[in-house]
Design a binder for this molecule. Structure first.
Ligand code: PLP
Length: 283
């Protein structure tokens, strides 16, 4: 596999960074993941906007434009021969060799790493449903930053995995926040309801796409606080992310959810049509 590291395309085995990199020592870095369909970088502008915001929020400057990042992504796809993939892009603050200070000094050279992960055809077609549980959100208050520091997420996800489940919906008190690596939307009486943007939740790009599609198609899309009771009482629960796209929850905390999900089916059709439109416009 060919990866990108600090201006070079290298075999993955030859890609090396310093153990003093602050990404390694402190989790001091941010990342993005974008979906690629038939070489089209889906919602690239939105992903770059969010990346630039994450960088700004942690006082990191990259010095690459949206177009330069797209060139890197395209070259990764080209060099690896991938058509359908996800592109992972990470920027960490860089290294001060021989030093481990919590504070950072200006002038560090950020480490920029990117690779593409092929997406099997089957993944693009499938419609498996997800089994989820609720767990208390133990992450920090600044989840809007797509930070590589993901310990609380990975711990929660490990708990889920050990129970052979798919995702945890994180809650703060009585409030539903999001999944460990996804957003959560529910359907009640024909309306889509999802927690609003807030500092401790990642503003998902997939969630934004669904909001646009709902608006275009006249489906009520309400952003407001969602209680755990409402989640338990939902007609449908959806999980969204770049990697998982739009998925239906079939089981919540061991309780089966209705399998008839007409709003989900409609949204899935709109979503697939949107991807096809984006691919066609890029040709
Ligand atoms: N929330 C969290 C914590 C995530 O890590 C992710 C994606 O990885 C999402 C939400 C969904 O965001 P997106 O749709 O942009 O992939």
């Amino acid at each position: 596999m060919i990866v990108y590291l600090n201006g070079e395309f290298l075999d993955a085995h030859d890609a090396k960074i310093s153990p003093f990199d602050r990404g390694f020592l402190f989790g001091d870095g941010v990342y993005e993941v974008c979906a690629v369909y038939q070489r089209h970088l889906y919602e690239w502008a939105a992903h770059c906007r969010r990346l630039f915001l994450s960088l700004q929020r942690v006082h990191l400057s990259l010095g690459y434009s949206e177009q330069q990042l797209a060139d890197i992504a395209h070259q990764l796809l080209e060099k690896n021969g991938f058509e359908n993939a996800t592109v992972y892009l990470q920027i960490s603050r860089g290294a001060v060799i021989g030093k481990r200070d919590h504070f950072y000094t200006p002038g560090l050279v950020p480490t920029i790493f990117a690779y593409a992960n092929p997406w099997p055809e089957a993944m693009l077609e499938q419609r498996p449903t997800l089994k989820v549980i609720t767990l208390a959100d133990q992450r920090w208050q600044r989840g809007q930053i797509k930070s590589v520091n993901l310990l609380a997420n990975t711990e929660a996800r490990q708990q889920v995995h050990a129970q052979q489940l798919d995702e945890a919906i994180l809650t703060r008190g009585d409030e539903v926040v999001e999944g460990t690596s996804s957003n959560v939307l529910l359907v009640k009486d024909g309306s889509v309801i999802t927690p609003p943007e807030q500092p401790y939740m990642l503003t998902g790009i997939t969630r934004q796409v669904l909001r646009r599609l709902a608006n275009e198609n006249g489906l009520p899309f309400i952003e407001r606080r969602v209680s755990v009771n409402e989640l338990n009482d939902a007609d449908e629960i959806w999980i969204t992310s770049t990697v998982r796209e739009l998925r239906l929850v079939s089981e919540l905390n061991g309780k089966a959810m209705p399998t008839n999900a007409p709003v989900f089916e409609r949204m899935r059709e709109w979503f697939n049509a949107d991807k096809c439109r984006a691919i066609a416009n890029d040709k």
